[in-house]
Design a protein around this ligand. Structure first.
Ligand SMILES: CC(C)(COP(=O)(O)OP(=O)(O)OC[C@H]1O[C@@H](n2cnc3c(N)ncnc32)[C@H](O)[C@@H]1OP(=O)(O)O)[C@@H](O)C(=O)NCCC(=O)NCCS
Length: 243
């Protein structure tokens, strides 16, 4: 019987307001240049529509999603195919990208990376661990969040920032904050193995500069981290690289 992966507590409520079809109407199909300038050039990126079938997975990867529904198999497969392409550029050939018990991809020794997918977009970033302690990537449709999300995701200061902008843009701005927090979490989690709530991270966003600063909990060992947020082709794309 096909099944989904276990529901993710972090994004379950947000995702409940979305449907793949409506995402497709708002956003353009992804291409390899979608993530240009998100990171420093040393970080390799790729993006694609979710298009690679289950049969493109290597044996061990295929076992991980053998009983998942087809859409989940395709998003998983697309992430693995893109990751493999990027790893090849770093002289790692035909790498089977498994995952651990926390769903974190088990990258080759010496490499850090991040995978994100939503609607019909999958994106991947990888970098040498000798230069970066972690990479966080998140992609979202550039659409307002649903009702009730703001209070779960935003700190009081972030709500104050939302209030300074046009009312019509508020739901999308909230989604940007959500996306940044997901990226920050994904950059730190593989090393720290610590679960954070959305309000444990606070974000300051400069929309004109397409840059953000995030304050992570003290256990992260980083007082403030900086990253980029792009609004491009109907997508919100957040990226953070921790040195
Ligand atoms: C990890 C998490 C952020 C990813 O969210 P998602 O809704 O599945 O969305 P994405 O598509 O962007 O990311 C999924 C990919 O992230 C990777 N991933 C999963 N768990 C991860 C983790 N704990 N750390 C880093 N990467 C992780 C996987 O590669 C996964 O794709 P795959 O299963 O196809 O390999 C989310 O599942 C989660 O656990 N959230 C916890 C609560 C939270 O978000 N807190 C934020 C506080 S600041």
């Amino acid at each position: 019987m096909p099944r989904r992966d276990p529901p993710d507590p972090g994004t379950r409520t947000l995702r409940a307001h979305e449907a793949d079809e409506s995402e497709r109407r708002f956003a353009e199909p992804a291409n390899a240049h979608l993530l240009d300038d998100l990171f420093e050039p040393r970080i390799r990126v790729d993006a694609s529509p979710i298009q690679f079938p289950y049969s493109d997975l290597l044996e061990g990867e295929a076992k991980l999603v053998a009983s998942a529904i087809e859409s989940r198999q395709r998003e998983f497969s697309t992430g693995r195919v893109l990751a493999r392409r990027l790893l090849r550029q770093m002289n790692v050939a035909d790498f089977e990208l498994l995952r651990d018990e926390d769903r974190v991809p088990k990258w080759p020794v010496g490499i850090v990376g991040s995978i994100s997918h939503t609607g019909n977009l999958c994106a991947v970033a990888i970098a040498p661990e000798s230069e970066y302690r972690g990479i966080g990537l998140d992609v979202e449709p550039d659409r307002p969040v649903g009702p009730g999300i703001e209070g779960r995701v935003c700190t009081p200061l972030e709500v104050a920032w939302l209030e300074t902008g046009p009312t019509a843009d508020r739901g999308q701005r909230c989604r940007m904050i959500f996306s940044i927090k997901e990226a920050v979490y994904k950059a730190f989690y593989p090393r720290l193995r610590e679960s954070w709530g959305f309000r444990d991270v606070s974000v300051e966003l400069d929309l004109a500069a397409q840059r953000f600063t995030a304050k992570a909990p003290p256990s992260s060992g980083s007082a403030r981290v900086e990253g980029r947020l792009l609004r491009r082709a109907g997508w919100i794309i957040s990226g953070i690289a921790i040195r």
